[in-house]
Design a protein around this ligand. Sequence first.
Ligand code: BT5
Length: 328
Amino acid sequence: MVRNKILAILRQQQGKSVSGEDLGRQLQISRTAVSKQIQKLRLEGYQIESTVSQGHRLVALPDLLRPEEVRSQLTTAIFGQELVYFSEVGSTNDEAKKRAVAGCSEGTLIITETQLGGRGRLARGWFSPQAKGIWFSVVLRPPFTPQEAPKCTLMAAVAVNRAIRDMTGISCGIKWPNDILCNGRKLVGILTEMSAEMDAINHIVIGMGINVNILAAEIPLELQDKATSLQIETGGPVSRIALFVKILERLEEIYLEVRTSGFASVLAAWRQESVTLNQLVTVIAPDKTYIGKAIDIDAEGALLVETDSGIERVLAGDVSIRSLTGNY
Ligand code: BT5
């Protein structure tokens, strides 16, 4: 595609100019055709400076998670080798599940700028405004047993928390099982879905929603006291693409380690970063609601809650859990 070739040449120039004539010669097209492609790239959000004497110069990339941009920065071996991009979509988890059933390879990524039907757990909605966050899903085909699947949520939480810390310096907490909180408000939500037989996993889809450049005033009223974004927390915009790449790198690193050495180090990191442990929590299970103290997670990633009548083992997906001591 001529567009991609022009972009590749502009990138190689690393901010230096290249003349329209040179571009035309290299691609064997006319200068007018070059100008048209440059114009199109500008409409996509690429900032390209053009002067008659110097030619064209790539000044800044658009803040879109376009596959060619992501690919050009990605150093992962599995995650993102297949990359499916939508400017808008219902839910990236639904798209990932469709592709997983059709046999897509492990590490296939679905990315979008906005979701029209983004989902949380238990049929809740997920607010996914245009180009303001990172809304994506990845397909895994792990060799674990189905009982181990809930730990993939913990693994994802540890990975995204690490990436956020590396990139912004912010330290967030993990609320069991699937939230990253910053100052008591939700910054990231994770939705893990599985297809399995009795003793083997067909595939796992991990979906993540990361609120990046959402301004306080853009958060819907019903989420005002529950949600936050990196821009709100750091006071300035954060590069979505750089953060996305970092998340994928951290996630792959941890996933590969888990595949060879098991979940022990994920569970240890999770315990350290948890804001749920040692808190009083309300557990809202389908059949009962009760209060207790979250004392630990077990080897399968279940939360252990100490109540008056003994220790309850709480599995993700079945319950909602609220801390009694914080505003989360
Ligand atoms: C979650 O569910 O936190 C999982 C969210 C996963 C979203 C990703 S985006 C990419 C992928 N594709 C999907 O369709 N989903 C995944 P849960 O714990 O059930 O929390 C949902 C609740 O969080 C909602 O009921 C709201 O109260 C709140 N919420 C909705 N949107 C939010 C946002 N952007 N930021 C913070 N809180 C939000």
